[in-house]
Design a protein around this ligand. Structure first.
Ligand SMILES: NC(=O)c1ccc[n+]([C@@H]2O[C@H](COP(=O)([O-])OP(=O)(O)OC[C@H]3O[C@@H](n4cnc5c(N)ncnc54)[C@H](OP(=O)(O)O)[C@@H]3O)[C@@H](O)[C@H]2O)c1
Length: 238
Protein backbone atom coordinates (compact mmCIF):
# COMPACT_ATOMS: atom_id res chain seq x y z
CA UNK A 1 0.00 0.00 0.00
CA UNK A 2 1.30 3.44 -0.94
CA UNK A 3 0.70 6.28 1.47
CA UNK A 4 1.49 8.87 -1.16
CA UNK A 5 -0.99 11.70 -1.59
CA UNK A 6 -2.35 12.51 -5.07
CA UNK A 7 -4.37 15.66 -5.80
CA UNK A 8 -6.61 15.36 -8.88
CA UNK A 9 -7.87 18.66 -10.26
CA UNK A 10 -10.97 17.93 -12.31
CA UNK A 11 -11.49 14.94 -10.04
CA UNK A 12 -15.27 15.30 -9.72
CA UNK A 13 -16.08 14.00 -13.21
CA UNK A 14 -15.01 11.91 -16.18
CA UNK A 15 -11.31 11.15 -16.56
CA UNK A 16 -10.34 12.84 -13.29
CA UNK A 17 -12.95 10.94 -11.27
CA UNK A 18 -11.94 7.61 -12.82
CA UNK A 19 -8.28 8.42 -12.11
CA UNK A 20 -9.09 9.31 -8.51
CA UNK A 21 -10.93 6.00 -8.12
CA UNK A 22 -8.07 3.94 -9.56
CA UNK A 23 -5.39 5.74 -7.54
CA UNK A 24 -7.48 5.15 -4.43
CA UNK A 25 -7.74 1.44 -5.30
CA UNK A 26 -3.97 1.38 -5.76
CA UNK A 27 -3.45 2.64 -2.23
CA UNK A 28 -2.89 6.34 -2.73
CA UNK A 29 -4.39 8.94 -0.46
CA UNK A 30 -6.47 11.06 -2.86
CA UNK A 31 -7.92 14.57 -2.82
CA UNK A 32 -10.24 15.64 -5.63
CA UNK A 33 -10.61 19.28 -6.65
CA UNK A 34 -13.03 21.16 -8.89
CA UNK A 35 -15.33 24.19 -8.77
CA UNK A 36 -18.80 22.80 -8.07
CA UNK A 37 -19.12 21.85 -4.37
CA UNK A 38 -22.26 19.75 -4.83
CA UNK A 39 -20.70 17.74 -7.67
CA UNK A 40 -17.54 17.27 -5.61
CA UNK A 41 -19.56 16.04 -2.62
CA UNK A 42 -21.49 13.61 -4.85
CA UNK A 43 -18.18 12.28 -6.20
CA UNK A 44 -16.74 11.87 -2.70
CA UNK A 45 -19.89 9.89 -1.78
CA UNK A 46 -19.47 7.87 -5.00
CA UNK A 47 -15.97 7.00 -3.79
CA UNK A 48 -17.41 5.83 -0.44
CA UNK A 49 -16.23 8.98 1.33
CA UNK A 50 -12.63 7.76 1.10
CA UNK A 51 -11.20 10.84 -0.66
CA UNK A 52 -10.72 14.41 0.44
CA UNK A 53 -12.09 17.34 -1.55
CA UNK A 54 -11.27 20.99 -2.12
CA UNK A 55 -13.48 23.40 -4.04
CA UNK A 56 -11.21 25.51 -6.24
CA UNK A 57 -11.27 27.33 -9.53
CA UNK A 58 -8.02 26.60 -11.37
CA UNK A 59 -8.29 30.01 -13.04
CA UNK A 60 -7.63 31.62 -9.63
CA UNK A 61 -4.10 30.56 -8.60
CA UNK A 62 -4.00 32.75 -5.49
CA UNK A 63 -7.10 31.06 -4.06
CA UNK A 64 -5.75 27.65 -5.06
CA UNK A 65 -2.51 28.39 -3.20
CA UNK A 66 -4.55 29.00 -0.03
CA UNK A 67 -6.45 25.76 -0.58
CA UNK A 68 -3.19 23.85 -1.09
CA UNK A 69 -1.86 25.35 2.16
CA UNK A 70 -4.75 23.67 3.96
CA UNK A 71 -3.67 20.33 2.43
CA UNK A 72 0.02 20.60 3.24
CA UNK A 73 2.68 18.80 1.16
CA UNK A 74 1.53 16.24 -1.39
CA UNK A 75 3.23 13.85 -3.81
CA UNK A 76 1.37 13.90 -7.09
CA UNK A 77 -0.70 16.38 -9.07
CA UNK A 78 -3.05 15.21 -11.83
CA UNK A 79 -4.51 17.93 -14.05
CA UNK A 80 -7.73 16.65 -15.62
CA UNK A 81 -9.63 19.87 -16.14
CA UNK A 82 -10.53 21.64 -19.31
CA UNK A 83 -13.26 22.81 -21.60
CA UNK A 84 -14.47 22.46 -25.16
CA UNK A 85 -13.69 26.07 -26.03
CA UNK A 86 -11.79 26.42 -29.29
CA UNK A 87 -13.57 23.58 -31.09
CA UNK A 88 -15.07 23.92 -34.55
CA UNK A 89 -14.23 24.48 -38.21
CA UNK A 90 -11.34 26.89 -38.64
CA UNK A 91 -13.06 29.10 -41.25
CA UNK A 92 -15.66 30.13 -38.69
CA UNK A 93 -13.65 29.69 -35.49
CA UNK A 94 -14.42 32.55 -33.14
CA UNK A 95 -11.09 33.96 -31.92
CA UNK A 96 -12.71 34.87 -28.59
CA UNK A 97 -13.68 31.22 -28.16
CA UNK A 98 -10.14 30.14 -29.06
CA UNK A 99 -8.79 32.53 -26.44
CA UNK A 100 -11.28 31.03 -23.95
CA UNK A 101 -9.84 27.64 -24.84
CA UNK A 102 -6.39 28.78 -23.75
CA UNK A 103 -7.81 30.50 -20.66
CA UNK A 104 -9.78 27.45 -19.52
CA UNK A 105 -7.18 24.78 -20.27
CA UNK A 106 -3.57 25.72 -21.11
CA UNK A 107 -3.27 28.61 -18.66
CA UNK A 108 -4.95 26.84 -15.69
CA UNK A 109 -2.83 23.72 -16.33
CA UNK A 110 0.35 25.83 -16.28
CA UNK A 111 -0.82 27.88 -13.30
CA UNK A 112 -1.78 24.81 -11.25
CA UNK A 113 1.55 23.14 -11.99
CA UNK A 114 3.36 26.32 -10.95
CA UNK A 115 1.36 26.83 -7.73
CA UNK A 116 1.81 23.18 -6.79
CA UNK A 117 5.62 23.38 -6.95
CA UNK A 118 5.81 24.70 -3.38
CA UNK A 119 3.75 21.78 -2.12
CA UNK A 120 4.91 18.85 -4.24
CA UNK A 121 7.48 16.47 -2.79
CA UNK A 122 10.65 16.59 -4.94
CA UNK A 123 10.29 12.99 -6.08
CA UNK A 124 6.60 13.27 -6.84
CA UNK A 125 4.98 13.97 -10.19
CA UNK A 126 2.75 16.15 -12.30
CA UNK A 127 0.52 14.50 -14.91
CA UNK A 128 -1.21 16.73 -17.45
CA UNK A 129 -4.21 15.54 -19.47
CA UNK A 130 -4.03 16.99 -22.98
CA UNK A 131 -5.91 15.58 -26.01
CA UNK A 132 -4.98 13.59 -29.09
CA UNK A 133 -6.11 16.51 -31.26
CA UNK A 134 -2.61 17.83 -30.54
CA UNK A 135 -1.06 14.99 -32.58
CA UNK A 136 -3.73 14.39 -35.21
CA UNK A 137 -5.10 16.17 -38.23
CA UNK A 138 -8.81 16.01 -37.49
CA UNK A 139 -10.76 18.70 -39.32
CA UNK A 140 -12.59 20.95 -36.87
CA UNK A 141 -9.99 20.63 -34.13
CA UNK A 142 -7.37 23.27 -35.05
CA UNK A 143 -8.17 25.34 -31.95
CA UNK A 144 -8.25 22.34 -29.61
CA UNK A 145 -5.03 21.09 -31.22
CA UNK A 146 -3.30 24.40 -30.50
CA UNK A 147 -4.40 24.46 -26.86
CA UNK A 148 -3.45 20.84 -26.20
CA UNK A 149 -0.21 20.96 -28.19
CA UNK A 150 0.83 23.79 -25.88
CA UNK A 151 0.39 21.48 -22.90
CA UNK A 152 2.21 18.60 -24.58
CA UNK A 153 5.09 20.93 -25.50
CA UNK A 154 5.53 21.90 -21.86
CA UNK A 155 5.87 18.30 -20.64
CA UNK A 156 9.41 17.60 -21.86
CA UNK A 157 10.71 21.04 -20.89
CA UNK A 158 9.24 20.84 -17.40
CA UNK A 159 10.55 17.31 -16.89
CA UNK A 160 14.06 18.63 -17.58
CA UNK A 161 13.61 21.88 -15.65
CA UNK A 162 11.86 20.58 -12.54
CA UNK A 163 13.83 17.35 -12.02
CA UNK A 164 13.77 15.19 -9.98
CA UNK A 165 10.03 15.93 -10.03
CA UNK A 166 8.57 13.78 -12.81
CA UNK A 167 6.39 15.48 -15.42
CA UNK A 168 4.25 13.53 -17.88
CA UNK A 169 1.07 13.83 -19.91
CA UNK A 170 -1.76 11.61 -21.07
CA UNK A 171 -3.26 12.39 -24.45
CA UNK A 172 -6.76 10.88 -24.68
CA UNK A 173 -8.83 10.22 -27.77
CA UNK A 174 -12.62 10.42 -27.72
CA UNK A 175 -13.84 9.42 -24.26
CA UNK A 176 -17.45 9.07 -23.08
CA UNK A 177 -17.60 11.70 -20.31
CA UNK A 178 -19.76 14.72 -19.44
CA UNK A 179 -17.32 16.80 -21.53
CA UNK A 180 -19.68 15.97 -24.40
CA UNK A 181 -22.81 17.20 -22.62
CA UNK A 182 -22.99 20.23 -24.91
CA UNK A 183 -24.47 17.81 -27.48
CA UNK A 184 -28.01 16.40 -27.31
CA UNK A 185 -28.26 12.68 -26.55
CA UNK A 186 -28.95 11.94 -30.23
CA UNK A 187 -26.07 14.06 -31.52
CA UNK A 188 -23.74 12.53 -28.97
CA UNK A 189 -24.65 8.99 -30.02
CA UNK A 190 -24.09 9.85 -33.69
CA UNK A 191 -20.72 11.47 -32.97
CA UNK A 192 -19.60 8.55 -30.79
CA UNK A 193 -20.64 6.02 -33.46
CA UNK A 194 -18.74 7.98 -36.10
CA UNK A 195 -15.57 8.13 -33.98
CA UNK A 196 -15.90 4.46 -32.98
CA UNK A 197 -16.03 3.53 -36.65
CA UNK A 198 -12.82 5.44 -37.33
CA UNK A 199 -10.96 4.15 -34.25
CA UNK A 200 -8.77 1.08 -34.85
CA UNK A 201 -10.01 -0.68 -31.69
CA UNK A 202 -13.60 -0.16 -32.89
CA UNK A 203 -14.94 1.79 -29.95
CA UNK A 204 -14.58 5.11 -28.21
CA UNK A 205 -12.89 5.27 -24.83
CA UNK A 206 -14.17 5.03 -21.29
CA UNK A 207 -12.80 7.22 -18.49
CA UNK A 208 -11.38 4.05 -16.92
CA UNK A 209 -9.20 3.50 -20.01
CA UNK A 210 -7.52 6.86 -19.51
CA UNK A 211 -7.33 6.42 -15.74
CA UNK A 212 -5.07 3.38 -16.30
CA UNK A 213 -2.66 5.55 -18.29
CA UNK A 214 -2.76 8.30 -15.63
CA UNK A 215 -2.18 5.85 -12.77
CA UNK A 216 0.69 4.21 -14.68
CA UNK A 217 2.50 7.53 -15.05
CA UNK A 218 1.79 8.60 -11.47
CA UNK A 219 3.10 5.38 -10.00
CA UNK A 220 6.03 4.66 -12.35
CA UNK A 221 9.10 6.26 -10.82
CA UNK A 222 11.12 5.77 -14.04
CA UNK A 223 8.67 7.68 -16.29
CA UNK A 224 9.30 11.37 -16.94
CA UNK A 225 9.00 13.70 -19.93
CA UNK A 226 6.55 11.39 -21.67
CA UNK A 227 3.14 12.00 -23.25
CA UNK A 228 1.23 8.73 -23.31
CA UNK A 229 -1.36 8.56 -26.08
CA UNK A 230 -4.48 6.69 -24.96
CA UNK A 231 -6.88 6.86 -27.86
CA UNK A 232 -7.65 3.39 -29.25
CA UNK A 233 -5.42 4.34 -32.18
CA UNK A 234 -7.57 7.18 -33.56
CA UNK A 235 -4.48 9.33 -34.15
CA UNK A 236 -3.79 6.93 -37.04
CA UNK A 237 -7.12 7.72 -38.72
CA UNK A 238 -7.08 10.00 -41.73
N1 LIG B 1 -13.84 13.46 -22.97
C1 LIG B 1 -13.05 13.46 -24.06
O1 LIG B 1 -13.43 12.97 -25.15
C2 LIG B 1 -11.66 14.06 -23.98
C3 LIG B 1 -10.79 13.82 -25.04
C4 LIG B 1 -9.51 14.35 -25.00
C5 LIG B 1 -9.12 15.14 -23.93
N2 LIG B 1 -9.99 15.37 -22.92
C6 LIG B 1 -9.54 16.22 -21.83
O2 LIG B 1 -9.59 15.53 -20.60
C7 LIG B 1 -9.76 16.47 -19.54
C8 LIG B 1 -10.87 15.97 -18.64
O3 LIG B 1 -12.05 15.94 -19.42
P1 LIG B 1 -13.31 15.03 -19.09
O4 LIG B 1 -13.73 14.43 -20.37
O5 LIG B 1 -13.06 14.18 -17.92
O6 LIG B 1 -14.36 16.19 -18.75
P2 LIG B 1 -15.43 16.37 -17.60
O7 LIG B 1 -16.10 15.08 -17.30
O8 LIG B 1 -16.26 17.54 -18.04
O9 LIG B 1 -14.57 16.79 -16.30
C9 LIG B 1 -13.94 18.04 -16.21
C10 LIG B 1 -13.56 18.25 -14.77
O10 LIG B 1 -12.80 19.47 -14.66
C11 LIG B 1 -13.38 20.31 -13.65
N3 LIG B 1 -13.07 21.69 -14.01
C12 LIG B 1 -13.37 22.33 -15.16
N4 LIG B 1 -12.93 23.58 -15.11
C13 LIG B 1 -12.33 23.74 -13.90
C14 LIG B 1 -11.68 24.84 -13.26
N5 LIG B 1 -11.57 26.04 -13.84
N6 LIG B 1 -11.17 24.65 -12.03
C15 LIG B 1 -11.27 23.45 -11.40
N7 LIG B 1 -11.88 22.38 -11.97
C16 LIG B 1 -12.40 22.53 -13.20
C17 LIG B 1 -14.87 19.93 -13.69
O11 LIG B 1 -15.60 20.25 -12.51
P3 LIG B 1 -16.31 21.69 -12.29
O12 LIG B 1 -17.04 22.00 -13.55
O13 LIG B 1 -17.18 21.50 -11.09
O14 LIG B 1 -15.19 22.64 -12.01
C18 LIG B 1 -14.75 18.42 -13.83
O15 LIG B 1 -14.44 17.83 -12.58
C19 LIG B 1 -10.05 17.83 -20.20
O16 LIG B 1 -8.89 18.60 -20.21
C20 LIG B 1 -10.42 17.45 -21.62
O17 LIG B 1 -10.07 18.46 -22.54
C21 LIG B 1 -11.26 14.85 -22.90
Amino acid sequence: MSLQHAVVIGGSSGIGLASARLLLEQGFRVTIAARDQAKLKASVDHLSGKVGMIAIDARDPAAVKQAFESLGPFDHLVLALGSGHGAGPFATLDMADLLAGFQTKLIPHAAMAQVALTFLQPEGSITFVSAVSAQSAMPGTAGLAAVNAGIEAMVRVLAAELKPLRVNGVSPGVIDTPWWDFLSAGERQAVFEDFAGRTPVGRIGRPEDVAKAVAFLVSSSFMSGHVLTCDGGIHLAT
